[in-house]
Design a protein around this ligand. Structure first.
Ligand SMILES: *Cc1c(COP(=O)(O)O)cnc(C)c1O
Length: 365
């Protein structure tokens, strides 16, 4: 029978696999699989969101004027150089959609954010994978992968799922080595988790260079994953092109109000960063203590750790044991990481429980 035929490059997409929130038998679990904020969101953001219940019949502001003004003031950037989308996921899709198509190439690192490949294939472009350096982003490998067909380079910093950080000098070297015609997308979804000295220079590059786009999200430290608020900052010509293909009403009224309030919640953000610093260090030390069982942690500056299983205890066994104990982590065989679990830094009691399970499994293996 005849039926509509999806484009072949669409059927080449492996569907995105979200983090689990239930066990195989349907029990609710502690979710350490999606890098959400274990402290929740700022109470003021929650309140601002509730206020939107009075305006449900209204379309939201398609221009997100108040939110852009707030972002501009907060980060010292220009409101008219901000584009936005339903989560920064959509902003990444807009970047691929505005600058690449069939026959073009888009580069991302081997252990990179899975949305990059989907965004690439969706527009009919070809993903090109740059190899890593012990899980970290290898600037030289990216530069070596550039061809005359390259249109976009996606780099997350810190990177997901590895947590690794690329220093400012290396980002500058990457930019300097790229042809001016290639759009460098610096995905800073986890940038708020960095220490004060750890600016990768992305916003400055996006301010001064014609081919750099920085993307940010309210889903991680601001604790608004449900509301899908992402944005990008770059040269006017980049932003103008992306605006043409975005959905007209990217954000709900509640999303815009919650995000504006979240930007003012300095104490909540500082508490979240402090909690993350403390428990990421603690968890990393505990896992390193299981080194004789072959466990190793990739150095992370984000709100998760990638734990490598290089001995007799396998990542799959640990994943299943954690799941049975009520903790969902991210096992990523589909991303070339069958030997690793990405574990979000959760609450103190959750991290202790995860370590207890890993220790017990290591003793058995
Ligand atoms: C979580 C994440 C995002 C985006 O999330 P949204 O919820 O779509 O804003 C983007 N990039 C990376 C690397 C992420 O880990």
């Amino acid at each position: 029978m005849n039926a509509p035929a999806p484009k072949p490059w669409i059927m080449g997409i492996a569907p995105y696999v979200p983090g689990r929130s239930t066990t195989d038998d349907g029990r609710t679990i502690v979710k350490l699989s999606s890098n959400e904020n274990p402290l929740g969101t700022a109470p003021t953001a929650r309140e601002a969101y509730r206020s939107a219940a009075d305006d449900l019949e209204r379309y939201p502001d398609a221009g997100a004027v108040d939110l852009r003004a707030k972002l501009a003031a907060h980060y010292g950037i220009e409101a008219d150089r901000i584009v936005y989308g339903t989560g920064s996921d959509e902003v990444l899709h807009l970047a691929a959609g505005a600058f690449a198509g069939a026959g073009d190439e888009i580069i991302h690192v081997r252990y990179g954010f899975s949305v990059y490949e989907i965004a690439t294939r969706r527009v009919g472009a070809t993903p090109v994978i740059a190899s890593d350096r012990d899980y970290a982003t290898d600037v030289d490998a990216i530069l070596a992968a550039v061809t005359e067909r390259t249109r976009v380079v996606f780099v997350a910093n810190p990177n997901n799922p590895t947590g690794t950080y690329t220093a400012k000098a290396d980002i500058a070297r990457l930019h300097a080595g790229l042809p001016q015609s290639v759009l460098l997308v610096l995905d800073q979804a986890y940038t708020e988790y960095l220490g004060p000295g750890d600016d990768d220079g992305g916003l400055d590059l996006a301010r001064t260079e014609a081919n750099v786009l920085v993307t940010r999200t309210f889903s991680k430290i601001f604790g608004l994953a449900s509301e899908r608020v992402g944005w990008g900052y770059g040269a006017p010509a980049i932003i103008d092109a992306m605006h043409r293909i975005r959905a007209p009403f990217a954000f709900s009224i509640g999303a815009q109000r919650a995000a504006i309030a979240a930007l003012d919640a300095d104490d909540f953000v500082a508490d979240s960063r402090r909690h993350n610093d403390e428990w990421r260090a603690w968890f990393g030390d505990q896992v390193a203590g299981l080194g004789n069982a072959g466990l190793r942690v990739v150095p992370s500056k984000a709100n998760f750790l990638l734990v490598l299983f290089e001995g007799s205890l396998t990542a799959e066994t640990a994943y299943r044991a954690l799941m049975a104990a009520g903790y969902a982590t991210r096992w990523l065989p589909g991303q070339g990481l069958p030997h690793a679990l990405r574990i979000t830094i959760g609450r103190a009691d959750e991290m202790r429980a995860v370590v207890d399970v890993l220790r017990a499994e290591a003793a058995k293996a």
